[in-house]
Structure formats: structure tokens, C-alpha cells
Design a protein around this ligand. Structure first.
Ligand SMILES: [Zn+2]
Length: 226
């Protein structure tokens, strides 16, 4: 079956954007021109633009100076899209928590070393703001803080691809069986690891940062295998 006309137009425009023929901030041709160019109705053009906008590829503004512009890529938004697919996968029998942790290890251990070298004071402040208190914070707060913490460390590598690729890994929701079987002292250990990592990043000690990141993942894998 042939895809609907709006989808074909969206595919065409998407290719213009991803190939760089249309640059971030650049204006797309106006609607009437797109109608003529692709021989479709105004409503089809609008449908295509809505689709691209929902994919965060374009931003549409109203008014005299309005129009559709190629969006500046945003790691956060791209991560959200990636995360939906990843969550689906990790909740399927094909991919398990073990696979997820293996990938986290492959990315986070070297990332910790880079972050130790490249971090700025602003990065450190962001990482510090994601510390929690296992004595008083509740489960959801700590889970959220954990995800912010690791995203902030990824960001401190100053390589936006680390942030993009790792962030969705922390948004994967844990199954109830995992949550219910967490050992005593789990959050205290996570907290201690996070504080140790922050210290090594502060000291610009790449070697120890890598060791701590690896140990953190070792602990998570150990808990997962119980
Ligand atoms: Zn952690």
C-alpha cells in the first residue's frame, strides 16, 4: 500500500533536514509553494508539517514573520524519542536488564573519565543537585535523582552524543519484581557511589572516576542477578 501523501511529503522534507540541505534555523518553503511543488492540497501540507513538528524537526510560528523553521537539534527531545523505543525494547523478552546494564557499562565507564577531565563548575553544580538523601527521600525521588545524576555526568563529557545516547537508558522503567527485590541498603550504596564519583570529578581524577563508575555498575549488575 502506498503511504498517504502527507507522509511522502514529510519524508521528503525530513530528508532535506537530516541531510543538512535545510540547516537548523532555516525557513521551509511557504505552504503554497509546497502545495505547488508536490502537487498536494494545503491540508496535506499542513498534516506533513504537523508530523515533522511532532518529531521536533521543525518549529512553526504564527504571525507575519511566522513560518516553519528547521529546529535546532536538542539532545533532550531527541532522547525522549529514543527512550520510547528503548523502553519498549527493554520491556520485551528480547532485551533484558542485563543487556541494558552491559550497555550502560560500555558507555558510562569511559564517560566518567572524560567527565573528570572536561567538567566545568556548572557541570559539578548540576551533578551535585542530583544527590539525594537515602534516609529521608522516597523511592520515586531517588529514582528520578538517579536518572538526573547520570545524565548530568554524561553531559559533563562535553560530548552531546553521550548525553543523547545514555539519557534514555535511565528512563527505562523498572519492573515491579525488580523494585520489590532491591536489597537493604541499596539506596545507601547508590548514594555513596554517586558522592564518590562527584568527588573524583571535582578532583579531576579520571582514573578514580573510571574505577568508581565501574564499581557502581558492578553493584547494579550484582543486584540484578540476585
Ligand atoms: Zn547511579
Amino acid at each position: 500500500m502506498r503511504p498517504p501523501a502527507y507522509q511522502l511529503l514529510a519524508d521528503e522534507l525530513r530528508a532535506d533536514i537530516t541531510s543538512g540541505r535545510l540547516r537548523p534555523g532555516e525557513r521551509l518553503p511557504p505552504e503554497p509553494e509546497l502545495c505547488v511543488r508536490s502537487g498536494v492540497s494545503r491540508s496535506t501540507v499542513r498534516e506533513a508539517l504537523r508530523l515533522l513538528s511532532s518529531q521536533h524537526l521543525i518549529v512553526t510560528t504564527r504571525g507575519v514573520t511566522g513560518g516553519s523553521f528547521v529546529a535546532h537539534p536538542n539532545a533532550g527531545q531527541l532522547s525522549d524519542a529514543l527512550s520510547t523505543g528503548l523502553t519498549l525494547l527493554t520491556n520485551s523478552p528480547a532485551v533484558g536488564l542485563t543487556d541494558l546494564l552491559e550497555l550502560r557499562r560500555a558507555l558510562e565507564v569511559p564517560a566518567a573519565g572524560l567527565a573528570a577531565i572536561r567538567r566545568t563548575d556548572a557541570h559539578l553544580a548540576e551533578i551535585r543537585s542530583a544527590l539525594f538523601n537515602p534516609e529521608i527521600d522516597d523511592f520515586d525521588v531517588m529514582l528520578h535523582a538517579h536518572s538526573i545524576f547520570h545524565s548530568a555526568v554524561a553531559k559533563a563529557t562535553e560530548n552531546p552524543l553521550f548525553e543523547l545516547v545514555t539519557r534514555p537508558l535511565y528512563q527505562v522503567t523498572l519492573g515491579e519484581e525488580v523494585v520489590d527485590s532491591l536489597p537493604d541498603g541499596y539506596w545507601a550504596q547508590i548514594d555513596a557511589d554517586h558522592r564518590a564519583l562527584l568527588k573524583h570529578l571535582t578532583d579531576r581524577n579520571a582514573e578514580e572516576a573510571v574505577v568508581t563508575a565501574r564499581r557502581h555498575l558492578d553493584y547494579l549488575s550484582e543486584v540484578n542477578q540476585r
